[in-house]
Write a protein that binds this ligand. Structure first.
Ligand SMILES: NC(=O)c1ccc[n+]([C@@H]2O[C@H](COP(=O)([O-])OP(=O)(O)OC[C@H]3O[C@@H](n4cnc5c(N)ncnc54)[C@H](O)[C@@H]3O)[C@@H](O)[C@H]2O)c1
Length: 344
């Protein structure tokens, strides 16, 4: 049985689908601070499988203990955390509390119940302003905001825990830029309010919720001057967690993997690809660079390719098509369908 924290979120829900489709049993928790109960319903609908779900925070150690005593948990995938860079700048304490303290509480309980297999959601943000691309796991880390710092601090705490007790198997996954949605259009990214990430913004412009995309910076040293990122289909990312579970069970010790495609796309390339699959015109304007933004960021995923035997397979067109399918089916996110009448 695998405990999934933050299971109702964007990456968590897609990973639950892949775990269930591979016949791995899961127990899921989420406090819905940034998600909806409907994603849990939809995961059960897509897979036709039921699982135990608890609405709770990872900060609630009493309930966590109840879960560990009730279920035979062998490993934990820890997605639960806050992820807005801008909010972390205005409210760093909120991020340090939830992302760092939450993880500490979880690890205490894991240790108490002798469950020492953990996958942690880290981020390419830990590389800060990379001096070279592609970025390998050996590239220098250096964070530029409290969100990134919360990830880096947890990474270092987890390294110390492994060093103090080699029974711990810990895989840190540094995600690049997950986009897209499940091909059924049942689950996808559902930002609350104004999206922070490019793809949800582009989809909302395409569907008419927003007027135009603001492209920050057109004077970067890239082919068309706009920022380049390593966009990865969320289902490819989810599959990386399955491979990481297999790795944990080989008693792998402490491992760090980049999960990216190794291919960068500029903002304008993404907008063009989205226009093609949606057959809609996406208006945009150029705005000045945002402070703290970087020009080019893409992964060297070769360590994950070799050691996990994991490859990102889906191309940009498919990422945009699936994101658009999700947007069209759920124009207002999970709010579009408040009553689910599926198998539950
Ligand atoms: N999406 C990205 O671009 C990205 C990139 C790199 C890393 N990450 C990390 O991956 C993880 C998942 O990201 P996501 O995009 O799915 O975000 P998300 O916000 O959609 O999912 C996180 C989930 O955790 C839940 N949660 C937050 N605090 C909790 C708590 N204390 N107890 C229980 N549940 C809690 C939220 O309600 C949400 O459902 C996060 O840790 C995030 O920092 C995301």
């Amino acid at each position: 049985m695998i405990l999934v924290t933050g299971a109702a979120g964007y990456i968590g829900s897609h990973t639950c689908v892949e775990l269930l489709n591979s016949d791995l049993g899961i127990v899921a928790i989420d406090d819905f601070s940034n998600s909806s109960f409907q994603s849990i319903d939809r995961v059960q609908k897509i897979t036709g499988k039921k699982f135990d779900f608890y609405e709770m925070s990872v900060m609630d150690t009493e309930k966590l203990e109840m879960i560990f005593s009730r279920h035979n948990i062998q490993a934990v995938i820890h997605f639960a955390g806050y992820k807005s860079v801008s909010e972390s700048v205005t409210n760093p304490l909120k991020y340090y509390q939830n992302n760092i303290t939450g993880t500490l509480f979880l690890i205490e309980v894991m240790k108490k119940y002798n469950v020492k297999n953990l996958i942690f959601s880290s981020s390419a943000t830990v590389y800060g302003n990379p001096t070279n691309v592609p970025i390998s796991e050996n590239s220098k880390v250096g964070v530029t905001n409290p969100y990134g710092r919360s990830k880096l601090i947890v990474e270092e705490i987890l390294r110390d825990i492994h060093n103090s007790d080699n029974d711990w198997n810990i895989v840190l996954l540094r995600y690049f830029n997950p986009i897209g949605a499940h091909k059924t259009g049942e689950i996808g990214e559902d930002p609350k309010g104004r999206p922070n990430n490019l793809l949800p913004y582009v989809s909302q412009v395409a569907i008419g919720i927003r007027e135009k995309v603001s492209v920050f910076g057109n004077d970067y040293d890239t082919t068309d001057g706009t920022g380049v990122r390593d966009y990865i289909h969320v289902v490819d990312l989810a599959k990386g967690h399955l491979k990481s579970i297999e790795k944990l069970y080989t008693q792998c010790g402490f491992k760090i993997y980049n999960l990216g495609t190794g291919q960068g796309y500029s903002v304008l390339e993404v907008i063009q690809a989205f226009e093609k699959v949606s057959n809609r015109k996406i208006d945009y304007t150029f705005e000045p660079r945002r402070s703290g933004d970087i020009g080019i960021c893409y992964a060297d995923p070769s360590r994950a390719n070799v050691e996990l035997k994991w490859y990102a397979e889906k191309k940009l067109d498919e990422m945009c098509r699936d994101a658009w399918n999700w947007q069209v089916k759920n124009p207002d996110g999970y709010k579009s369908h408040s009553v689910y009448e599926g198998i539950l």
